[in-house]
Design a protein around this ligand. Structure first.
Ligand code: SF4
Length: 463
């Protein structure tokens, strides 16, 4: 297992799909999918893959590693067809490994299916049991294979009817892009927990986890896929159905706080603006007398800017990030592991020496990274080091497709704020309140899932 600093929630997947009515070249769809996927690399770094349909069959290429490590120019050359889906993965449900990498391609009564899935089902055990009773066998431990099996079970129906039935059966959080030989289908769970948007790419349709992927290929945003909506795209155009309707949405609030790219707009809210507003609200709620605001790059940058703006304080880059840190397979010694944050970050002595400063970050998961950064800033000569966090304490695990560490590993699940302050060694520690978080995001708490802060799970927990 490559060594990495694991002190952040990890998004698990990014999905992308493109349907070209009349491609100029036979691998245009695969090429667009590659660039779309490249823009979603932050959503998963363990595996990547593209599946392409040429109208008769679906070809697949996937592997372990980053998008550019897996998808080579020869790969694109061989992926011919006008419909493509692509996937990056950081494993949550299911083991890490090529067998669980996506997209997954299956044969069933009606032909072939390719699936790319982001999220986590909460009724996996029940579905698995039901399907096994009907004789299904499973090669992987992923939710994606369950969805394919469900669709296969409904293969006597029309594709539309099968998809509708499938959507009623699935519980939890999911954004799915499916291809058949001649169709591309987008599905979003009934509360819209995981994001999925629709774009116009030179008169063709694209689907993506985030709008940044549309921008990257020059596509225009059309709209978000609605919670509980199915869109089917083929040569006739796009048709939409909504068999399940939830009384409320539950968009993942952590997408705005940390996961999504700042240049993406999800369900009407730009991520960068949201982070800036979270920072402003945090400044209103904190009572710290300091000379300087510094971000923990890059996760805390937009919030720190908002904080500085609201507090009327100077903002400076007191910490520098090594942007070329990838995964390293060289195991560090215990002593080095303790200092592992130094692989990624270093304090800028000239900026922090002699200053009373507040460092702003988006969250504290285990607290070990924050502790090391505080120590690093003190060693660089900072007079006071305060910490302000642009989200409430993360006390509960996520069951909706985010790798959050186990509950006992979340520092806020076992310590009060004052104990966390002592643990990280800061002069003071402020978290954003839940109310403040919702206020910064437009004021409607009913629109969001915030279960990792509140323990209020909108669609229950795992079965
Ligand atoms: S529990 Fe947290 S990370 Fe998971 S979907 Fe809800 S807000 Fe997002």
């Amino acid at each position: 297992m490559p060594h990495e600093v694991k002190d952040k929630f990890k998004d698990e997947c990014g999905v992308f799909g493109v349907f070209l009515k009349e491609p100029e070249q036979e691998n245009d769809a695969a090429r667009a999918a590659f660039y779309g996927l490249y823009a979603l690399q932050h959503r998963g770094q363990e595996s990547a893959g593209i599946a392409v349909s040429d109208g008769h069959k679906i070809s697949l290429h996937k592997g372990m590693g980053l998008v550019t490590e897996v998808i080579k120019p020869e790969t694109i050359k061989n992926l011919k067809g006008n419909i493509a889906i692509a996937h990056v993965r950081y494993s949550t449900t299911g083991e890490s490994g090529i067998v669980n990498a996506q997209p997954m391609v299956f044969h069933y009564l009606q032909g072939m299916l390719g699936l790319a899935h982001n999220g986590n089902l909460t009724n996996t055990a029940d579905l698995r049991k039901q399907l096994a009773t009907y004789g299904s066998v499973f090669q992987t431990t992923t939710d994606t294979e369950l969805v394919a099996n469900l669709l296969a079970r409904y293969s006597q129906d029309t594709l539309e009817d099968g998809l509708n039935k499938c959507l009623i059966d699935l519980k939890g959080a999911f954004a799915l892009i499916i291809i058949t030989e001649d169709k591309m289908i987008g599905i979003r769970d009934q509360m819209g927990i995981r994001p999925l948007c629709l774009g116009d790419y030179e008169g063709n349709y694209v689907l993506a986890s985030e709008t940044a992927a549309l921008d990257t290929i020059g596509a225009k945003f059309i709209r978000d896929i609605k919670p509980g909506e199915i869109v089917i795209i083929d040569q006739e155009g796009l048709r939409s159905s909504q068999v399940v309707k939830s009384p409320r949405c539950a968009h993942c609030v952590f997408e705005y706080i940390y996961f999504a790219r700042p240049d993406s707009t999800l369900d009407g809210i730009n991520v960068y603006q949201a982070r800036r507003e979270l920072g402003k609200q945090l400044a209103r709620e904190s009572d710290i007398d300091v000379d300087l605001v510094i971000p923990v790059p890059d996760s805390g940058t937009a919030a720190a800017l908002g904080y500085a703006e609201e507090a009327g304080l100077p903002f400076q880059d007191g910490l520098m990030k090594n942007r070329y840190v990838g995964r390293t397979f060289i195991q560090p010694t215990q002593k080095m592991r303790e200092l592992s944050v130094r692989l990624k970050l270093n304090a800028v002595n000239k900026i922090v020496a002699g200053k009373r400063l507040v460092m702003v970050d988006d969250s504290i998961v285990r607290g070990t990274t924050s502790k090391q950064i505080v120590q690093m800033l003190r060693e660089a000569g900072a007079k006071e080091v305060h910490m302000a966090v642009s989200s409430p304490p993360t006390s509960y695990p996520c069951y909706y497709g985010i790798d959050t560490s186990r509950r006992e590993e979340l520092i806020a699940s076992k310590m009060e704020v004052e104990e966390i302050r002592q643990f990280i060694g800061a002069d003071s520690l402020y978290y954003l309140s839940r109310e403040g978080m919702f206020q910064a995001l437009g004021g409607n708490s009913e629109k969001y899932c915030d279960a990792c802060f509140s323990g209020l799970y909108p669609v229950g927990t795992e079965s």
